[in-house]
Design a protein around this ligand. Structure first.
Ligand code: GRF
Length: 231
């Protein structure tokens, strides 16, 4: 049985596309069964429809609707489709603690920076503004603490002296399109073990040993990129 994945996306949906492509070419033992956007005009919705994702929904917030009410509606919509995993792929809303608890350990986010540095909405811009020499992206479990849940996978590359936000974002995005499907596959392979908080150590995710995508035929590393063993 392949993993049932729900994707939440507010925008262009290139990470959704990467998941759909790896699912279609058989590298991913997972299928996207639901795509939800908080924006009716999100290109991600059109991409989901074109790929014949079984359930596609626009769920814009209602007038004066608070975050708790919205997240309850979103949670009910998700629960009805019974996904094994919920992927935030450019979902531009901060989820309430109640929502994070309801699906604890089953929500994954992709962030365009090397967490825990450069949390928030401008990971690439903040990486450049800090003069960081290495950039990258992170997948992590979502908790009520924004961009601070247990790290799952990361990939890194060197910042070039002439990089601007657009050029760096373009290279990091290529990494995102690799580590997000890879992260979902680790869940499909049952290789993510979550350790609860204990002895003052926050909860964290362990990736169990197993086959790597780095040695898979057809894998094209981004030039100069560093991938962890678990990739
Ligand atoms: C990505 O850069 C992702 O890291 C961030 O939002 C962006 C979404 O891009 N969270 P796309 O919609 O998947 O193309």
């Amino acid at each position: 049985m392949s993993l049932r994945v729900a994707v939440l996306a507010s925008g262009r949906g290139s990470n959704l596309d990467a998941l759909l492509a790896r699912s279609a070419d058989g590298q991913l033992d997972a299928r996207v069964t639901l795509v939800v956007s908080d924006r009716e005009d999100a290109p991600a919705l059109a991409k989901a429809q074109a790929a014949r994702v079984p359930a596609v929904a626009a769920l814009p917030p209602e007038k004066n609707e608070g975050r708790a009410a919205y997240d309850a509606r979103l949670g009910d919509l998700l629960a009805a489709e019974a996904p094994d995993l919920i992927v935030l792929a450019g979902f531009m809303r901060i989820l309430t603690p109640a929502f994070c608890d309801r699906f604890a350990g089953r929500i994954v986010n992709i962030h365009p920076a090397l967490l825990p540095a450069f949390r928030g909405a401008h990971g690439i811009r903040d990486t450049l503004a800090a003069g960081a020499k290495v950039a990258g992206c992170t997948t992590h479990l979502v908790t009520a603490d924004l961009d601070a849940g247990p790290i799952l996978l990361q990939a890194a590359l060197a910042v070039r002296p002439d990089d601007d936000e657009e050029s760096l974002a373009r290279r990091v995005l290529r990494l995102e399109h690799q580590i997000l499907p890879r992260t979902v596959q680790l869940f499909a392979e049952g290789r993510v073990r979550v350790h609860p908080e204990s002895g003052g150590r926050p909860w964290r995710a362990e990736i169990l040993a197993g086959p790597s995508w780095r040695t898979t035929a057809g894998f094209e590393p981004v030039p100069g990129a560093l991938y962890p063993d678990a990739f």
